[in-house]
Design a binder for this molecule. Structure first.
Ligand SMILES: [Fe+2]
Length: 379
């Protein structure tokens, strides 16, 4: 480790600090690696930087970020300088690529770019596997130096840690998501006629959240709450759940309890902090704005935003779906029912958002679902 002895070293150190800060604040992997590439190009004074990642399934390297190149570059992981560095896991400085037979001219021929010199560093993850290469091309005004390669190795190491962290988080999220969906499918398998209900409600609740411009964490909590909102029906006997005709008062009171079961089942799940409202959102989908809903008879804003949105999506989906005892309602008829229920059964903004969504996708015409005078139009 040498001392900071020149302005060049200071610039490089400042650049590493900017990269480190970006890693802790930028959560979009592609944006982050793009930032790493442009920072590297600036500091090393090169024409372009490219990050190739390895695809194990196809045994190829592909350009995850390629400055100045809009098309994806993809080639066998055995090919070219990048392939060689990937296989040997050793950084390579080439002062003149034209004299190196490993250099793959095909890429330059395809892209029209002329490569003169380059450094290629392996991207090695914390478990010591090479997951790609970081390449800088065409040093302006001179040759690459050894300390350029050192700098690139540092950036490649930062990139490796970031890529691994994001991949780990994404795979955890995919596992959690698929587990929740498996739970939903298992409960919905009991009644083929209502199967798919929770997924449709989730889609509609997502649209309402989007139109209301809710933040990402709240939207995600609504997504999981909508998927799981009827999960408590697991505790309702088939004889009630699948009864074709009208149900008795006693049976209805048992059916109503599904929201309490949803809350009881979901509450012990250790959702991450930003999703901690999922059990509350899910178990409030039968509350009404006027306080006549269940299980708690909450009024207006006492009902969570998630509960108010899922209530609207739930009723819309139920009415537009076929039931044992009736044909599906049209979108226009259903939305008119929802608009009539504004401020008594339903949240005004959630209904207006859903109405606007169906207008925007051309499912209904604005005049088919007139707004009550005081409803206004938020969209
Ligand atoms: Fe329900």
């Amino acid at each position: 480790m040498h001392l900071i002895s020149s302005s060049r070293d200071t610039t490089r150190l400042q650049s590493i600090m900017r990269i480190t800060r970006a890693i802790s604040t930028v959560h979009d992997l592609h944006r982050l690696i793009t930032l790493l590439a442009s920072e590297t190009s600036k500091v090393l004074n090169v024409e372009r930087s490219t990050v190739f990642l390895y695809n194990r399934k196809t045994d190829e390297l592909w350009s995850y970020v390629a400055e100045g190149e809009s098309n994806e570059i993809r080639f066998s992981a055995d090919q070219g300088i990048a392939g060689s560095v990937f296989r040997t896991e050793k950084t390579m400085i080439l002062h003149d690529v034209s004299v190196d037979e490993r250099f793959n001219k095909e890429i330059d021929n395809t892209t029209g770019f002329i490569t003169r010199n380059m450094i290629t560093a392996p991207i090695i993850n914390p478990s010591d596997h090479c997951i790609g290469v970081f390449q800088v091309i065409n040093k302006e005004g001179g040759n690459f130096r050894d300390d350029d390669a050192e700098f690139l190795e540092i950036v490649a190491a930062e990139a490796a840690i970031t890529i691994e962290n994001v991949r780990l988080l994404e795979s955890r999220k995919r596992m959690f998501d698929s587990l929740i969906k498996a739970l939903v499918i298992s409960i919905e398998a009991r009644d083929p006629l209502t199967a798919g209900h929770s997924f449709d409600v989730t889609f509609l609740a997502g649209k309402i959240a989007e139109y209301l411009k809710l933040d990402q964490d709240t939207s995600e909590a609504i997504y999981y709450a909508a998927l799981l909102h009827d999960y408590g029906k697991i505790a309702v006997p088939d004889s009630i759940l699948k009864k074709p005709g009208a149900i008795s008062k006693e049976e209805f009171s048992i059916l109503r309890k599904h929201v309490l079961h949803t809350r009881i089942i979901l509450s012990p799940i250790e959702f991450e902090e930003r999703l901690e409202k999922v059990p509350v959102f899910a178990s409030q989908h039968h509350e009404r704005i006027d306080g006549q809903g269940y299980p708690d008879g909450l009024k207006g804003n006492q009902i969570s935003i998630g509960g108010r949105i899922i209530a609207v999506a739930d009723v819309f989906e139920a009415l537009t779906a076929k039931r044992h005892y009736r044909e599906p309602f049209s979108h226009g008829k259903t939305l008119n029912i929802l608009v009539e229920g504004i401020d008594t059964q339903f949240d005004r903004n959630a209904v207006l958002a859903l109405r606007q969504y169906f207008i925007d996708i051309g499912k209904i015409k604005q005049e088919e679902v007139p707004l009550p005078e005081k409803a206004g139009n938020a969209f």
